[in-house]
Design a protein around this ligand. Structure first.
Ligand SMILES: C[S@@+](CC[C@H](N)C(=O)[O-])C[C@H]1O[C@@H](n2cnc3c(N)ncnc32)[C@H](O)[C@@H]1O
Length: 247
């Protein structure tokens, strides 16, 4: 059974009963592969996206090519969250960013664009084909010299990195979120922030959804909440994004 509030306020239950909510919504995706099933009232995400500054041409190009080449283009953070991440780097004056889960490079480029000229963004991707596409778009962008792409399992790569990082964006395989968080925390700068994506998992975390990823994300959310070393806030932007800082 779905949670009563969700049933009243969204199409979540109806959509879920027809199959995979994330894939189904992706089939109706907007211009830039805006993506997973919205967790807000119908139309709100679209309105928010329409009233946020549109992506620059190099990001639109990543989104267009991703949608044309990959069936799972819904994994892109997309226009709204991409702009949010760019502003997060901007307001925090981050100089160093670590990303786990590059995909085709959209979020990496969005964050890199707000770094100072001598800033650094390290991003990790396990899939070679995705990484190659991302690298091509990095090279074509004005920010190639700020971005370092590591191809391989993020859990392995992170052990080779030295911090501090002002922002760590966790967006790779959901089952490893707790491990990524534990590995990232010691690399975080004094006023650094960890941003974890998809922490509402299309709303499944609220109901009794028991997909592998929903269970993993629920466990991650509880792990962070119970951790006295940090302070966190979960935002209902797109698929949920949790911001975490040291206490
Ligand atoms: C949700 S996508 C990332 C989306 C990206 N941040 C963006 O906005 O365009 C997750 C990515 O993590 C990658 N991934 C999955 N497991 C991984 C691992 N163990 N190490 C590194 N990357 C991994 C997947 O191949 C996929 O491209």
């Amino acid at each position: 059974m779905c949670d009563a509030k969700l049933r009243e306020s969204s199409l979540l239950c109806k959509t879920r009963s027809r199959g995979n909510v994330r894939t189904e919504h992706a089939n109706q995706a907007g211009r830039y592969g805006l993506a997973v099933k919205p967790i807000t009232l119908e139309g709100i995400d679209g309105y928010a996206e329409a009233h946020s500054t549109p992506p620059p041409p190099y990001l639109a190009a990543v989104a267009e090519e991703t949608r044309a080449s990959f069936a799972d283009a819904e994994m892109l953070v997309g226009t709204l969250e991409g702009r949010f991440l760019e502003l997060l780097v901007y307001v925090s004056r981050a100089r160093s960013v670590l990303e786990l889960g590059t995909f085709t490079g959209y979020s990496a480029l969005a964050m890199a664009s707000a770094l100072p000229a001598d800033g650094r963004l390290v991003t990790c991707e396990v899939n070679r084909e995705r990484a190659q596409l991302a690298q091509r778009h990095f090279d074509a962008s004005p920010f190639a010299d700020r971005i370092e792409l590591h191809v391989g399992p993020a859990g392995k790569t992170i052990r080779t990195l030295t911090g501090p990082f002002d922002l760590v964006f966790i967006d790779a395989d959901k089952g490893s979120y707790v491990d990524y968080y534990e590995a990232a925390l010691p690399l975080l700068s004094e006023r650094g922030v960890i941003a974890a994506d998809n922490t509402l998992w299309s709303g499944e975390v609220v109901g009794d959804g028991n997909s592998t990823s929903a269970v993993a994300i629920r466990a991650f959310n509880q792990h962070v909440l119970d951790d006295p070393r940090v302070v966190c806030v979960m935002l209902t932007i797109r698929d949920g994004i949790t911001l975490i800082r040291k206490a």
